[in-house]
Design a protein around this ligand. Sequence first.
Ligand code: HAM
Length: 421
Amino acid sequence: MKIQSIRGVKDILPDEIWKWQHIESIAHKIFTRYGFKEIRLPIFEDTRLFSRSIGETTDIVEKEMYTFEDRGGDSITLRPEGTASVVRAYVEHKMHTPPSILKMFYIGPMFRYERPQAGRLRQFNQIGVEAMGSSSAIVDVEVMTMLIEFFNELGLSNIELQINSLGNQDCRPHYRELLKTEIEKYLEKLCSNCSSRYKRNPLRVLDCKLEQCSDISKRLPKLIDHLDPTSAKHFSEVRFLLDSAGTPYSVNPNLVRGLDYYNNTAFEVTSQNLGAQNAICGGGRYDTLVEELEGPSTPCFGFALGLERLVSLVPFENKKTLQKRPDVFIVCLGDEAKIVASKVAHDIRLKGLWVERDYELGSMKSQMRKANKTGCRLTLILGEDEIQNGKYILKNMENGNQIEFPAQELISEIAKLSDSP
Ligand code: HAM
């Protein structure tokens, strides 16, 4: 039986990796301007890290984690997200350095046992950023603005930034009770998932995508109408600063996020060009998580975006030139030329150029066809005559021009031609 990749898991093939590399290089460039440094984290952790941080009653912890016992009997989980690991590393390596803020980003695979569909995978990749050590609304807005700048640089259109406030410990518990009481009035109309979990996690009813629940959630009380003064002040500062920065957004009072660690600002960026799974990015403030994982009090703000969804949205047709192609293809005929070709290829590669050749040594015509197919800029022709005369031929594949020159001038000729537009 032929073995295939697992459902919900995708290969990223060599012909499309340039798109990923392009996005990642723009992320490096823009995030660095804002002071973020990369952190590389393990892809598996102690299971308790995720159940304690993401929340016992979340979908992720209840039914989506890849959890297994390793050979030593420890419970291990493939990370379903990156924030918990960043916080674990922050506490473990004592990265707390007040008064300065620590800014980190990460890129890598995450694992969730969800029902695969368009835009929803079981292994997917995220770029995430976490700013740790400030509760200022300036941080919320700077990080969201950085994200929008990143999306703009990639040429994304039709995206929408939605924000909400999830309040804090002074107002959320009261609101939860109020919400539960209100939900009870509509219990028989809710989907089975919402009616069974509303007691444990009533906020999730607010963002249930099923029509029967979204109709009801419109009638339920909104947390932004029940914020305590501190949370209300934070939210109005965020809105004021977004307005001042000219960053378009809308307030979505039903946005609650699927992870429990958030307080105050929560946000998502959605795209009309994605299907049902329309969130490209989600994040927000999580001021108590570091303490919950036994670190010092450290207010934080961050986000993560789904790379598969982002790759599907970037208009790459304008960026075809980014795809790398060989600098030189060597066409050679005859036994002596074959040996010379290996030496010449080595010399050119030492100059930092990408050299390809025909390993099968077919006819001149078939080698030229292969050269063409690679899209190379230059073709170096080494026939028997060329070797005999000590003169090589270089063909510029873009304009068809050909030059002949002494063998010893090869490197300088190639440098001239490959620099010219
Ligand atoms: P999240 O909303 O669970 O947040 O995931 C962030 C993004 O990852 C989503 O908006 C989506 O684009 C992508 N994503 C999630 N699940 C899948 C999937 N099954 N298939 C494809 N893409 C997916 C977090 O993970 C938080 N850690 C974000 C954060 C960072 N909050 C603060 N800091």
